[in-house]
Design a protein around this ligand. Structure first.
Ligand SMILES: Cc1ncc(COP(=O)(O)O)c(C=O)c1O
Length: 356
């Protein structure tokens, strides 16, 4: 039996979107491919509220995260981490021989503008990475406040990981001043995994030109220059299947209306948070809760594996805690095309199983 996914990626994908993945192939060097990729970029500019360029990559989000830190750090990177995915950005820098420092906070707490200001005031850094929505913690960092600090440091390239938030919550890239805003297809966009997306500002372009060793496949500057020269075609063969589905799904997202979509995510989040507070507790600092997933503290010491087995028999699946939080928390994703009814149905089933 298929289990409806309430895990924070991959998410449940609508059958009509899945069908688009089976569109017959076209040549990736033809006019149709250019038109497809240009259409996708235009719609993504609307989604990210940006006039800057969009890059696509046939990797998961990690590909562009690694490409960004490697391609655009000329001096030294400051990585701000609030959990597993921030830490991963630090490791990507390290393993690419990019000079880097890690600024961590205890899990469940946010990166503050003060922390960013203090680090950048040293003058050591020319690139910063921030996790917008930390999927391991269920926490959304205060990027609007961080943006105010970033304005003081115009020479610093700002990379933002919106892998688990883009298309589920409003991220106004140009207004914030984000240079490289990265996401993956398998989360709030509502597609299967396998493609990554980022915005790429002129500042990022100029910086990358000063970095001699940017790698090859994930060199963001070469992707950028290639799509300019070749009318949105990519240097390597891209996943056209994802592109067909993305083109279609972006139309659906824009038809729903961005504000409506973001509100739906807030409404779903509120229901899950209220439920979590009634029967368990919330893991993350309540001032910075994620709109796309909720990390529930397992205060009743339930066996999350057993709960998921029971849910599985009913065609549903949630996620356990991430890493060291495995049995201490469990996570319920409310993103992409998930509805209020889906969420209520899931919570009713959990109540029924746990006799809450
Ligand atoms: C916040 C965050 N950043 C980065 C990643 C890595 O993305 P991907 O698995 O698409 O490489 C994930 C994946 O879950 C994530 O949740």
């Amino acid at each position: 039996m298929h289990k409806k996914l309430f895990i924070p990626g991959p998410v449940e994908v609508r059958p009509d979107v899945l069908e688009k993945m089976a569109t017959p192939m076209i040549g990736h060097r033809g006019k149709d491919a250019s038109a497809l990729q240009r259409r996708i970029s235009d719609k993504l500019k609307t989604l990210f509220y940006t006039k800057e360029e969009i890059l696509l990559s046939t990797t998961s989000g990690s590909g562009l995260m690694e490409g960004a830190v490697r391609s655009c750090t000329a001096k030294r990177a400051a990585v701000f981490s609030v959990g597993a995915f921030g830490k991963r950005w630090y490791e990507m820098a390290k393993f690419n021989n990019v000079p880097v420092d890690l600024y961590e906070v205890e899990q469940g707490y946010a990166t503050t503008p003060e922390m960013v200001d203090e680090a950048l005031s040293t003058g050591l850094y020319d690139l910063v990475t921030i996790t917008h929505n930390e999927t391991s913690a269920g926490l959304m960092n205060p990027v609007e406040e961080i943006a105010e600090v970033m304005k003081k440091y115009p020479e610093v390239v700002w990379c933002l990981d919106t892998v688990s938030s883009a298309a589920g919550t409003k991220i106004e890239v140009d207004k914030l001043g984000v240079d490289i805003c990265i996401t993956s297809t398998q989360k709030a966009i509502g597609l299967p995994p396998g493609m990554a997306i980022c915005t790429f500002s002129q500042k990022a372009v100029d910086r990358a030109k000063k970095v001699p060793y940017r790698g090859l496949y994930l060199d963001l500057l070469s992707l950028y220059e290639y799509i300019q020269k070749k009318d949105y075609q990519y240097p390597s063969t891209p996943s056209l299947s994802h592109m067909f589905a993305l083109d279609y799904q972006l139309d659906r997202i824009l038809e729903e209306g961005l504000e409506n979509r973001f509100q739906r995510h807030i409404d779903m989040a509120k229901i899950v948070r209220e439920w979590a507070k009634e029967y368990f507790a919330l893991f993350a600092d309540e001032r910075y809760l994620s709109n796309t997933l909720t990390n529930v503290k397992n205060t009743r010491n339930i066996n999350v594996g057993d709960l998921n087995k029971e849910l599985g028999a009913r065609g549903l699946q949630i996620a356990n805690g991430y890493g060291s939080l495995k049995d201490k928390t469990f996570r319920i994703a409310h993103m992409a095309d998930c509805t209020i009814e889906d969420i209520k149905d899931l919570l009713n089933n959990i109540n029924d199983i746990l006799k809450l």
